[in-house]
Design a protein around this ligand. Structure first.
Ligand SMILES: Cc1ncc(COP(=O)(O)O)c(C=O)c1O
Length: 239
């Protein structure tokens, strides 16, 4: 997978190391370079996403218990948040259906190891939620911040099932290297330039040297690098 340094007026691709090119050969890592944007962590990825897709006064749906950073972001950007009821499998489809029908611009969800409940949404439920969102033209913002830890779960990301617009957020900060605040954001085709403009407006760019080493070269233990790469490529592979 080729990564992109975003935050400049135009994004330019980093050349992966020979080792990365070798290990990607024949893999499903097909996310197009212009769809993968690098951010200063997952919270920053959320900020640039919602700054792009949610206007002041818009409604954004979430799980009934959600990550506190989402509340902070709604105060900051001026959109409203409505929490939807969950059961043991995560968001309840009937509640998603009703809320989408009433009008919402996005659904922010953590299908894998939801914060704070730890719920993992099963595959069937993901397909249902993805279909409902697409039917109502509601963008899905999937926060996969904890997906890295779900070593026993092989459920595909919700964003990989969405036929409508979907955003997929992950990061290496905290999962691999606590001090390195790097996130990555997969955006729908055609949205790269707009989200990139939000990255430039908010932070210009993170250190390209850190990014090159930590994100494109995957210089971690083979297991850790492979796990992150597989999670990202499964979303990109649905393109
Ligand atoms: C669900 C969730 N998303 C995003 C973040 C922010 O992550 P980062 O530290 O990479 O900005 C957190 C932080 O705890 C989180 O719990």
């Amino acid at each position: 997978m080729r990564a992109v340094i975003s935050g400049m007026a135009c994004a330019y691709p980093l050349r992966p190391s020979r080792r990365t090119r070798r290990s990607n050969r024949g893999s499903t890592a097909s996310a197009r370079a212009t769809r993968v944007l690098l951010t200063a962590g997952a919270q920053h990825a959320m900020e640039v996403t919602f700054a792009t897709i949610a206007r002041r006064g818009d409604l954004v749906l979430t799980e009934e218990l959600t990550y506190s950073g989402m509340k902070a972001l709604s105060n900051h950007l001026g959109f409203h948040v409505r929490g939807l009821p969950m059961d043991a499998d995560g968001l309840r489809p009937d509640a998603v259906e009703d809320a989408c029908r009433a009008g919402a611009s996005a659904l922010y969800t953590m299908p894998t190891l939801q914060n704070p409940t730890g719920t993992i949404m099963c595959e069937g439920r993901r397909r249902e939620v993805a279909a409902i969102a697409a039917r109502h033209d509601v963008a899905i913002v999937e926060d996969d911040r904890y997906g890295f830890y779900a070593t026993n779960s092989d459920v595909p990301p919700l964003a990989s099932m969405a036929s409508g617009p979907s955003y997929f957020i992950s990061r290496v900060s905290k999962s691999l290297v606590p001090g390195v605040r790097i996130g990555y954001l997969l955006v729908p085709a055609g949205m790269g330039a707009r989200v990139n403009a939000a990255i430039f407006a908010s932070t210009v760019m993170a250190s390209p040297h850190l990014r090159r080493r930590q994100v494109t070269d995957w210089r971690f233990s083979p297991d850790e690098g492979a796990r992150l790469r597989v999670r990202a490529s499964r979303v990109g592979a649905a393109e």
